[in-house]
Ligand binder design. Structure first.
Ligand code: ADP
Ligand code: MG
Length: 321
């Protein structure tokens, strides 16, 4: 590497994230010292992105930096946690300055937007791989989990799932879209918006929560299984963007909303009696979520449409009578 490791860290990462008073010791020593506020539980998550596996190798470096943090922010959002500190393990084929500058700009902008300090990391040479560990906190005993749902709970999802999967397909040349829709959908894949503020507010309302990263239907099944219940989703209630509908038509758009990945939206279950309060305190127009179904006693995940149950696989769906 033309830059020494120390130069690289000083130049691109020392001031990359937010400044936080609870970082007693940040980048530069053998480990970071972080002050978790009294009465709070530490919440920890990590995710690895491998070039060519989790993102196309040609993805713009700003988007890679954004994404590496965003996927972790989404996990903390699903726990109702407040993000605070990140560690960044970076494996690079070479220390290319323009790549590093753009990567750090994408990572840093999102970190500062969420008040996250970059408190340390590791830098090694090898095939491009980014691992971010994100730490945050939640008031003792108040974290949201996948396990709290009960039969009869209403199921809600934020945002418009399916957009990111279409964006990836466009990015890879597998899907064509009208230009304005293509720009929107690509951005939804490249620069996902983790629902951190919504997750924190949902601590007051939701009984169970998961972030949608592997496809809405599969992740709804995970929430239901963890809660020991089943889930029913109404196909017609699925929120899809006008851009996705313009690209695929309504039916295929809703199908992709169920089966696509990389959404980083929140899926949450709510005691039915609290729906009015939720919608009063967190107006849907402002917080961007939609009721899509309910939890039930019959195990498994089902999608209902016009009185029939649709069966889905990764490649599409089939009706059965
Ligand atoms: P050590 O060999 O003791 O692990 P390093 O030389 O790897 O130390 O790291 C020096 C300091 O820089 C440490 O505080 C480490 O956390 C930080 N660091 C290393 N790589 C990164 C990175 N990619 N992003 C942020 N901090 C990093
Ligand atoms: Mg090290």
């Amino acid at each position: 590497m033309s830059l020494s490791e120390a130069e690289l860290i000083a130049r691109f990462f020392r001031d990359c994230g937010a400044q936080r008073h609870d970082v007693a010791l940040g980048i530069g020593d053998d480990a970071a010292l972080l002050e978790c506020p009294p009465g709070m539980q530490l919440v920890a998550t990590t995710d690895t992105l491998v070039a060519g596996v989790h993102f196309p190798a040609a993805t713009p470096p700003t988007a890679i930096g954004h994404r590496a943090l965003a996927v972790n922010l989404s996990d903390l959002a699903a726990m109702g946690a407040h993000p605070a500190w990140a560690l960044l393990a970076l494996t690079l084929p070479e220390a290319e300055e323009s790549w590093l500058a753009e990567f750090a700009a994408g990572f840093g902008a999102l970190a500062r937007a969420h008040g996250v300090a970059l408190a340390g990391g590791d830098t090694t040479r090898g095939p491009l791989t980014i691992t971010v560990q994100l730490l945050g906190h939640v008031p003792q005993g108040r974290a949201l989990t996948r396990a709290g749902g009960r039969p009869g709970d209403l199921l809600f999802v934020s945002g418009s799932p399916g957009d990111a999967a279409a964006g990836l397909a466009i990015e890879q040349g597998r899907l064509a879209a009208p230009p304005a829709a293509a720009a929107y959908l690509r951005e939804r894949f490249l620069l996902p918006t983790p629902r951190v503020a919504l997750g924190e507010r949902l601590r007051e309302y939701a009984r169970a929560c998961i972030d949608v990263s592997d496809g809405l239907l599969g992740d709804a099944g995970k929430l239901a299984a963890a809660s020991g219940v089943g889930v029913e989703i109404s196909f017609a209630a699925l929120p899809v963007s006008v851009q996705l509908t313009a690209t695929l038509g309504e039916h295929a758009a809703r199908t992709l909303a169920l089966t696509g990945g990389d959404d980083y939206e929140l899926l949450f279950a709510l005691e039915p009696g609290r729906a009015a309060e939720l919608e009063r305190e967190l107006p849907r127009g402002e917080w961007n979520y939609q009721r899509i179904g309910a939890l039930c006693t019959t195990r498994g995940a089902r999608v209902c449409h016009d009185g029939t149950v649709m069966e889905f696989s990764h490649s599409g769906y089939q009706h059965f009578s």
